[in-house]
Design a protein around this ligand. Structure first.
Ligand code: HEM
Length: 143
């Protein structure tokens, strides 16, 4: 049985994107097959960004600092503001971004099915246990 969409409005929190395309300057430009230059890219949703290195549509930035400093064009001001921060404040921004992790288990799962759906914190259950069935399309599963 498939889970049917409820067709109701819902609120997404902390997705961290404006859903728009922006020109971030030459460091992001991409040559298209027809010889034209792709200059605008969709602002990537930053939820989960703590675990999705490498960064940029092309994956050319090895870490968060690199991809922020690569911003230019429309984001030049934001880039400059970040670059002007003290090392401690830059660290705070990076730590915040690193905290954006979707579905963070406390540690590596060692038991994929702890079994108790009613447990507090479900689908995470204690240490090292993640009930992965919650991620699949089982209509009887609590989410
Ligand atoms: C201090 C402020 C900002 C921070 C910390 C930040 C952070 C980031 C990060 C970490 C990424 C990489 C995401 C990924 O690859 O998964 C990214 C990409 C992007 N950002 Fe920003 N950003 C900032 C400001 C801006 C501004 C002001 C704009 C637009 C005017 C912008 C537009 C974009 C776009 C279009 C991408 C996608 C680039 C691509 O796909 O190659 N950002 N940003």
């Amino acid at each position: 049985m498939l889970k049917r969409p409820a067709n109701q409005p819902f609120l997404a929190r902390n997705i961290f994107t404006d859903f728009k395309r922006h020109d971030l300057g030459a460091n992001f430009y991409e040559r298209n097959y027809d010889g034209t230059t792709q200059k605008k890219f969709l602002t990537t949703a930053l939820w989960g960004v703590g675990t999705t290195a490498p960064y940029g549509h092309d994956g050319r930035s090895i870490n968060l600092r690199e991809v922020i400093l690569r911003h230019g064009g429309e984001a030049q001001e934001a880039r400059a503001a970040f670059a002007a921060l003290s090392p401690g404040d830059q660290f705070k921004v990076l730590e915040f971004l690193n905290s954006l992790v979707i579905f963070p288990p406390d540690d590596t799962a060692s038991n994929l099915d702890p079994g108790n759906r009613q447990a507090a914190g479900f689908p995470q259950f204690g240490h090292g246990s993640v009930k992965l069935t919650a991620l699949f399309n089982n209509p009887s599963d609590i989410e």
